[in-house]
Structures are given as structure tokens and as C-alpha cells.
Design a protein around this ligand. Structure first.
Ligand code: ARG
Length: 465
């Protein structure tokens, strides 16, 4: 029997000529779905155990299948397994090898199932493991972020809106803003896991099977929460993969915002932070360069993940029930999304604790740009001036400061009093950066005491995971 013999195909019975060589390659998925071998074997082990339990296989046959599949698992792990494109996908490659090893019993494994429910099961099992490792990577990154924030509760930097200096904030507060984004991402990941963790096994090709299968048993053996409800839906929808990719798109979007700031902050113009050399690269022509490649690449990689989300949505769109071969196209976008997000989370998890803030530069920058202008306006309001009038008074003071190149805190009392006689010498506490941040003393505010408390709460949430 050669690869060209139609009989090598598990479905070769009704065919009278071999598959066209190009079509064989075009329709095969083994090159990319072989990464699910471990989950495919686990799915088969659960299926075989259930078939034995309901009397379709004998104990002896079961043992042969278990031994055969475990040997195949080691062959793959040792790199000794011969993958064949002629056998199309991971499922048929493993099944054919099983039959080669244990003979006719191998052919009984596929009783009561189809590749349609098999592939849906494999992807869910594979994705579930990856979700768990991505959840750990997110937690690791968040832990580093929160620890850094807890160290920087008093570090003052300019806060921005429109990338223009707005009001002073603490660096710890800024770091915890990123943590909140990741916290919500984590919630989305767990939510997606719930819906992915349902067992399609037993849906067979599309309608279920005539064998007395026990779907609750296979679901439990595989650690699924329950069997899926509808066989047609089970083999056809890939919404769980779309949901995961949507989660990944949001994480990548958040990391791209984070990256953008790191790139800006490492520039000579901002100079707010230093990244360790091991996360940067140089230029082949400009000897002075230290480029923030890791954040730049992470920022760039959001493009492919967003692309994968659109691919999967478009792949699913308008597909009639039930399984269609279109669905084989779900794997590459999903796998690349998984690989990309894992790499990016790893890079950030390692890099974030190594961020070195340049505290003096940050504070100096906050002193420029009239970042305490709102504090002066709030001061005037406390003296009984309506906010709109206070806004006008401060606007004039700022215009004067621009002309004189003086910050509000650098003006004398007489200079300030030109704009309002309500200003007294208690103004100077208000105009300090420390006074400004300390005054924002409520949940979610930037006051150092609030940031310290927020970091503690954030850390507690991690411990409860
Ligand atoms: N390789 C296929 C996929 O990934 C497996 C299912 C094929 N089923 C079929 N009836 N052709 O979707």
C-alpha cells in the first residue's frame, strides 16, 4: 500500500482514484494541527474508556488501545513519529499509527465518534490548557506591576490628557491604571474559559450516534464542566475561539498602550524611565542608540492578533449548520494568537519589574506645564469665587507665567495677587506638587495614601485567584 493508494485513507472505501497530489496538500492540516497530539490522545483515551464502560469494547481491547496510544505519545515526544500529509490531520495520523501498532482493535477506536466532534474536543482541550497558562502569565505580570506601584506611591510625575501636561499624579497611580486594564482582561479570560469548557464529544458527525454512549462520563474524564447540549452546534461553532481571540485583542491593545508610553518615556525628550539593556537593542549605524525594541514589537504585534480576530469572525460568518471544512481554518489564527500573547506576556512579565523610574526627571517635568493650575482654581473656589471665574483668573495667571517663564509656584504673593486679592500666603502649600497629589484623597485618587491602599487591594485580589 502506498500513499497513492486510496485505501490508505480511512475514508478511502468509496473512492476509485487517489487524491490529487495538490489537493492532498491543500486540504491537509497536519502541519499545524499536530500540535494538538497530546489532547487528541487524551480525548481518545476518554472515549475508549467510555466505550469499554458501555460494553462496546472489551477490557482487553481497551488495554491495547491505551498502551498503543501511550506509545504513540512518546513517539511524538521523542520526535520519532512520522507525520504523513496523506493522512490529512493529526486525528487520522494517530489513528492510522494505532492500527499499524495494535492491528484491528485500532480500527475500533473511532466507533461512535467522528473527526467533527473529535476536532472540536481537541481544540477546546488544547485551548483550556493554554488559557490556564496565559492566566498564570497575566498574574505574574500583574504581580510585578503592583509591586513596582507599591514602591512608587510617592513618586510624582506629570499626568497627561491630550499628551499635554494636565495635573500631577503619582507614578504608582499610573502603574495601577495599567493593572486595572489587565485585571479586567483576566476576568474576561475566566469567563471565556467557562464557555469553552464544555464537551462536544459524542456529537459525532452532527446528529449524535446510535451507540449507547455516556457523554457525561467522557466530559468528566476530560475535566469538562458538562457535555454540550446540541450535537449540531457542538461540531460547528467556534465562538469559544473567537471569544478567546477577542480577549487576546484587548490584552494586546492594553499592552500596546503600555508599550507606547514606555517607548515615549525612554526617549531623550521624556527621559522618565530606564529599561535594562537586556530588553533593548542597538543600532548598526548610530553608536549612541539604545532602542526599546521589546515594547515596540509588542505594540506592533497587536496588528496580527486583531487580524486573527477578524479572520475567525469572517470564517464563521454565514456558515450553514453543521460542520464545514471551512472550520479547519480556525487553527492557524487561534494558534498564532496563543503564541503571540504568551510571548508578549512573558516579555512584559520579565521587563516590568526591571523598569527604573528616574524620579527627579519625572518630578521636574511635573513642575513644568502649570500642572497645579487646577489646584489654584480649587483654592479660589474654597475662598468663595465661582468656579468659572476662578478658571478665568488662573488662565490669566498662566498666561503671565508663560510670558515670564515662571511656574505658578515660583511667583511671589504680590505677583499672584495681581490676578485675585483672594489669594493669601497659604497658597504656596496648595501649589506644591506634593500638596496637589495629596489633596486627591479618595478611592481611585492619586494621593500617595490612596495609591498605597489601592496597591494592597490589588495584591489581595491576586491572592484570591
Ligand atoms: N482537520 C479537520 C479540521 O480541522 C478535522 C475535521 C475534519 N472532518 C471532516 N469531516 N473532514 O476541521
Amino acid at each position: 500500500m502506498t500513499d497513492q493508494d486510496p485505501a490508505i485513507k480511512p475514508w478511502g472505501g468509496r473512492f476509485s482514484e487517489p487524491t490529487d497530489a495538490f489537493v492532498e496538500r491543500f486540504t491537509a492540516s497536519v502541519e499545524f494541527d499536530k500540535r494538538m497530539y497530546h489532547h487528541d490522545i487524551n480525548g481518545s483515551l476518554a472515549h475508549a474508556k467510555m466505550l469499554t464502560h458501555v460494553g462496546v469494547l472489551t477490557e482487553e481491547e481497551h488495554q491495547q488501545i491505551v498502551d498503543g496510544l501511550e506509545t504513540i505519545r512518546s513517539e511524538v515526544e521523542l520526535g520519532q513519529f512520522q507525520w504523513s500529509v496523506a493522512l490529512e490531520d493529526v486525528h487520522m495520523n494517530i489513528e492510522a499509527r494505532l492500527t499499524e501498532k495494535i492491528g484491528v482493535t485500532g480500527k475500533k477506536l473511532h466507533t461512535g465518534r467522528s473527526r467533527n466532534d473529535q476536532v472540536a474536543t481537541d481544540i477546546r482541550l488544547y485551548l483550556r490548557d493554554e488559557i490556564d497558562s496565559i492566566a498564570d502569565a497575566l498574574t505574574f505580570l500583574q504581580r510585578g506591576l503592583i509591586a513596582l506601584a507599591a514602591q512608587e506611591t510617592d513618586t510624582i510625575m506629570p499626568g497627561f490628557t491630550h499628551l499635554q501636561t494636565a495635573q500631577p499624579v503619582t507614578f504608582g497611580h499610573h502603574l495601577l491604571a495599567w493593572n486595572e486594564m489587565l485585571e479586567r482582561d483576566y476576568g474576561r479570560l475566566l469567563d471565556c474559559r467557562k464557555r469553552a469548557n464544555q464537551s462536544p464529544l459524542g456529537a459525532a458527525a452532527l446528529a449524535g450516534t446510535t451507540y449507547p454512549i455516556d457523554r457525561a462520563m467522557t466530559a468528566e474524564l476530560l475535566g469538562f464542566d458538562a457535555p454540550t447540549e446540541n450535537s449540531l452546534d457542538s461540531v460547528s461553532d467556534r465562538d469559544f475561539a473567537i471569544e478567546f481571540t477577542a480577549f487576546a485583542s484587548l490584552v494586546m491593545t492594553h499592552l500596546s498602550r503600555f508599550s507606547e508610553e514606555l517607548v515615549l518615556w525612554t526617549s531623550a525628550q521624556f527621559n522618565f524611565i530606564e529599561l535594562p539593556d537586556r530588553f533593548c537593542t542597538g543600532s548598526s549605524i548610530m553608536p549612541q542608540k539604545k532602542n526599546p525594541d521589546v515594547p515596540e514589537l509588542v505594540r506592533g504585534k497587536v496588528g496580527r492578533v486583531n487580524g486573527h480576530l477578524i479572520s475567525l469572525l469572517t470564517l464563521m460568518k454565514s456558515q450553514p449548520l453543521a460542520y464545514n471544512k471551512d472550520n479547519q481554518e480556525d487553527k492557524e489564527p487561534l494558534f498564532d494568537t496563543i503564541d503571540t500573547i504568551k510571548d508578549c506576556l512573558k516579555a512584559y512579565g520579565d521587563m516590568v519589574p526591571a523598569i527604573k523610574p528616574k524620579r527627579d526627571v519625572m518630578e521636574e517635568a511635573a513642575r513644568r506645564g502649570f500642572s497645579t493650575a487646577t489646584d489654584l482654581a480649587d483654592y479660589l473656589v474654597r475662598k468663595g469665587i465661582p468656579f468659572r471665574d476662578a478658571h478665568e483668573i488662573v488662565g490669566k495667571s498662566v498666561a503671565y507665567g508663560i510670558e515670564q517663564t515662571k511656574d505658578l509656584s515660583e511667583m511671589s504673593l504680590q505677583e499672584l495677587q495681581q490676578f485675585s486679592t483672594n489669594i493669601g500666603d497659604d497658597i504656596f502649600d496648595v501649589l506644591t506638587l506634593q500638596g496637589s497629589v495629596a489633596a486627591r484623597d479618595h478611592i481611585g485618587g492619586t494621593a500617595p495614601v490612596q495609591v498605597a491602599a489601592a496597591a494592597l487591594r490589588a495584591e489581595k485580589r491576586l491572592q484570591q485567584r
